[in-house]
Design a protein around this ligand. Sequence first.
Ligand SMILES: [Zn+2]
Length: 508
Amino acid sequence: MSAPRPETILIRGADVLTMAAGDNPVPRRADLLIEDGRIAGLGEVLPVPDGAQIVEAAGRLVMPGLVNAHLHSSEMFYRGRYERMPLESWLCWSYPFLGSSPVDLEMLRLRSLLVAIESLRSGVTMISDDFFDPPTQDIERLGTVFKAYEDAGIRANVSSGLMNLPYLDTLAHARDVFPEEVQAQLDFPLTGAADYAAFCNEVFQSLHGRGNGRLRFMLAPSGPQRCSIDLMQACRDFARRWQVPYHTHVLETRTQAVTADKLFGGSIVRFMRDHDLLGPEVLMAHAVWVSDEDIALMAEAGVSVSWNALANLKLGSGLAPVRRMLDAGINLSLGTDGASSNDTMRLFDVIRVAGLISTATRAGPAQGLSAGEILQAATLGGARAAMLSETTGSLEIGKQADLILLDPSGGTAFTPSSDTARQLVYGENGSSVESVMVDGRFVIRDGVFVTLDEAAILAEIRDRMPAFLKMHETVEAANAFLVPLFEEVIGRCDGDRLSTEGERRLPC
Ligand SMILES: [Zn+2]
């Protein structure tokens, strides 16, 4: 089901928060004209063009749709399942090594729709989905994800993520800890750079640009320690040629930082720089354990960072040095990460937590992030990270109309109303979102989905979940014996001193 896009829409008398670079994050009363999907006018009182659909928006706050810079749709059915585990043991459950088989195409469709529904409902109009679907790269499966997002009406960069080095070689001490017979079980055959490049070529020819350009393919080699250099350089070449992100995980945990010391003799970021793997196309997820030298290199190269503040809290990964990254000139965006480490796609939750964490250890006029900076990361910063700053992320003439209408009088978060930006950051949770427009088309209008049958999709997922979770329980049981081994690896890494041990690793 796909609603036609009206040619001309006039949103009238709204309080508009543009989030354009240089604009104060203060709403102003304005009309917004949308023609053929683009913002064609923004001004105090605009004339009504012939045949325009008029949306009376007095009392409504209109702002750019939020951009979720990092998630994994693959985790969507695992929400609420895990707690109190560090990344390396959590991976045994969320990305099981043994006995797991991919969900069928219908489940894949439903899972992707669930990501889109929850995102759009809470005001997110653009997602970066690092879709991870081992063991193979499969165009039909990736196409199913694309189709679900196309039908839902969301804007998305979607990868087909991979790693191609033996996992145990990507973790310090693992070869010493894991018994040989277990190592043999975990050493899978791996995808070569040439095979992956052929797959990417096919995706760029067939899927990239679907949905009037809303759906794009991005490259997502899992992390520099997990991929061969030829694979990463092939991904970089695609990213530069197609102007899409090179999305990769960097220094999420202390265990990874210890590993980087051993594998790269120190800075993994310097390793990337030395292999021409840094540039404005690079979107790093996490960057929790980056050093001062790393921050300087990232800023110089124009790298973006997805700060996944809430997921980092849940997995005990640490606090990213966001104030220093921003001060260095690094573009900051916000991500939920997957539903197995968060456990929702509501970016407003991350926004609030980001604000609070930024002053967790120190508050003062020079510390923390302002509400304006956090909203910027959630909108234009996300668009930049997605390499779509000319398309989305702010309300400016010429950009595609990706926007949300909030009803501040619909709940209590804005009663009384004092400072819109601060109340959006510290009080809003997405429940004030009333209507959502992507690419000039309403996907949610007055609280109702236009593009899909939300209730039927959610009911179908609920029906299928008991059988799915029963199967997943057997997978969990098959992988349970690995957990103490990974805990031993983490413990040994905890005992190692980092080469940058003395540096501050706090948000401000
Ligand atoms: Zn991730």
